[in-house]
Ligand binder design. Structure first.
Ligand code: MN
Length: 504
């Protein structure tokens, strides 16, 4: 991800609950040992944030003050709670009522093994999580506090990995809370799935979806100097294989130069407005001479969310999933384009007209120019490449009217069966789990969109944690999915969401 998208270091606060019953010496040990737990968790953390130890909370007032502070802090993106001793849970009610940050309940102990030969009542007095955490969890369940529960010793790789998955989800949630999506033009006419309730999206995810005139962009493109565009074209020539006809001095260089002007203009509008995602619509390009292709691909590579045809939900999800993508991982806008039913394992050929992110590429992208066939504009410049083989997933955010639903499908990205010499767009080929037939049936039964976010990096667990934090339904299509089971899940889930009676 580009440096300009780097966020200031965020924090997850580690809160240890106790009470004043035990005396100073025990509370000193609680503080010391909880700091050790933070060190152990931190050393296994890959997510780019810090787990910050906070002083042990022992009373109703201390607990409320801490959880109000966590809620108010811009740096704090989540809390981990642990009851090393016993912390009577009525003391937590007022604080939990005020907490608006994602929670992980860590059910652990300071030591991995019991000291069988030496265990005495002092040890029993100090190491009470086995029942202290159950008292605390009771009130979480009674108050219906959404949380992840992780059980085990903090140096255990499984425990660390579960905490890390949660940490990534809190980064995605923080991104959603601050996300601004710029829409250049409206949704493509008559298309259902790219439309949706932008107010409900802000209530649910915090994101702001804002319309900008496409001519704001077109005017900004006109204002970019040839010299600035030429300098960017030199960067293209350094980083990619640029087609000879697009090189400086060649016949069609001016098209590449215009593409560079789009990138410079788009980047400056997004930066000035604090936008980290955007949409375009080929039906509404104003006085733009080309559909933005290369510029969109380069911005996605820098961490921006994007989707075509005014699809703000996919653009937003792309920005969120990119925020949860580890450095070196790949995440792109994608569209199920066309199928290979056989022979061999059935496959999806995914692409978009132009706009696929090079972070999923397995090769140095080529920059080429070809006719587009839609939009009635000049031929657009674009990067052409094939996605590298990997496990991954495609996911989407669907507006079901009364609520949002995230749908995710595990996939295996593979090499194309044969070369694609006549297809001048970036593409990915994959085999969906459990099979193309069941995956596509399940996806369509769930109402998933044809636009998706494809990632080769973000784990199923992080996505589950994100959906739980957002309070949004997650339909997972994976190796265990059956069409019978999926139909039942959708029916039960529909009944559940009517019963909980949330308005968004
Ligand atoms: Mn599309």
């Amino acid at each position: 991800m580009g440096q300009h998208m780097a966020m200031p270091a965020k924090e997850i606060w580690f809160l240890t609950g106790s009470q004043n019953l035990y005396g100073e010496e025990t509370l000193r040990q609680v503080a010391e040992q909880s700091q050790k737990v933070v060190e152990q968790l931190s050393s296994g953390l890959k997510a780019p944030l810090e787990i910050v130890w906070k002083p042990v909370v022992k009373t109703t007032d201390e607990i409320k003050a801490m959880l109000v502070a966590a809620t108010a802090s811009d740096d704090c993106v989540g809390v981990i709670t642990w009851m090393h001793t016993f912390s009577p849970a009525k003391m937590w009610i007022n604080g939990l009522d005020a907490l608006k940050k994602p929670m992980l309940h860590l059910h652990t102990q300071a030591g991995q093994s019991l000291p069988w030969a030496t265990i005495d009542m002092d040890f029993m007095n100090l190491n009470q999580a086995a029942h202290g955490d159950r008292e605390y969890a009771h009130i979480l369940s009674r108050m219906d506090v959404a949380r992840k529960v992780v059980v085990g010793f903090p140096a255990d790789p499984r425990v660390r990995q579960e905490v890390d998955a949660f940490a990534w989800a809190t980064i995605g949630w923080d991104k959603a809370q601050h996300l601004r999506v710029a829409r250049f033009g409206d949704n493509m006419r008559f298309v259902a799935v790219t439309d949706g309730d932008k107010v409900a999206a802000q209530i649910t995810f915090g994101m702001s979806i804002e319309q900008l005139s496409v001519n704001t962009l077109a005017d900004a493109v006109l204002a970019v100097s040839d010299a600035d565009a030429d300098a960017l074209c030199k960067v293209y020539q350094d980083e990619y294989d640029v087609a000879p006809e697009l090189c400086f001095g060649a016949d069609r260089y001016e098209s590449l130069q215009y593409g560079a002007k789009i990138e410079i203009a788009l980047r400056s509008i997004l930066e000035a407005g604090g936008y980290s995602a955007f949409t375009s619509n080929f039906e509404d390009l104003g006085t733009l001479r080309q559909l933005p292709g290369l510029a969109v691909q380069r911005l996605m590579a820098d961490g921006y969310g994007f989707a075509g045809e005014g699809d703000w939900k996919t653009a937003a999800m792309l920005a969120i999933v990119k925020a949860m993508t580890p450095s070196g991982g790949g995440t792109s806008f994608m569209e199920d384009y066309t199928y290979h039913f056989g022979p061999g394992t059935p496959k999806v050929l995914g692409a978009h007209m132009l706009e696929v992110c090079p972070s999923i590429s397995g090769e140095k992208p080529k920059i080429e120019i070809h006719p587009l066939g839609i939009g009635g504009k000049e031929d657009p410049v674009r990067m052409v490449f094939t996605a590298k083989p990997s496990l991954g997933r495609v996911l989407c955010l669907a507006d079901m009217g009364a609520r949002f639903r995230i749908i995710s499908n595990e996939i295996k990205i593979v090499e194309p069966t044969e070369d694609l010499p006549n297809l001048p767009v970036a593409r990915a080929v994959w085999e969906p789990e459990p099979s193309l037939a069941i995956s596509a049936e399940a996806w369509m039964l769930a109402g998933g969109s044809h636009h998706t976010v494809l990632t080769n990096s973000v784990s199923q667990e992080t996505l589950e944690d994100f959906a739980r934090i957002a309070g949004v339904e997650l339909v997972e299509i994976d190796g265990t999915t059956t069409s019978k089971g999926l139909r039942k899940e959708l029916q039960w889930s529909s009944a559940y969401h009517r019963l909980v009676n949330r308005s968004v």
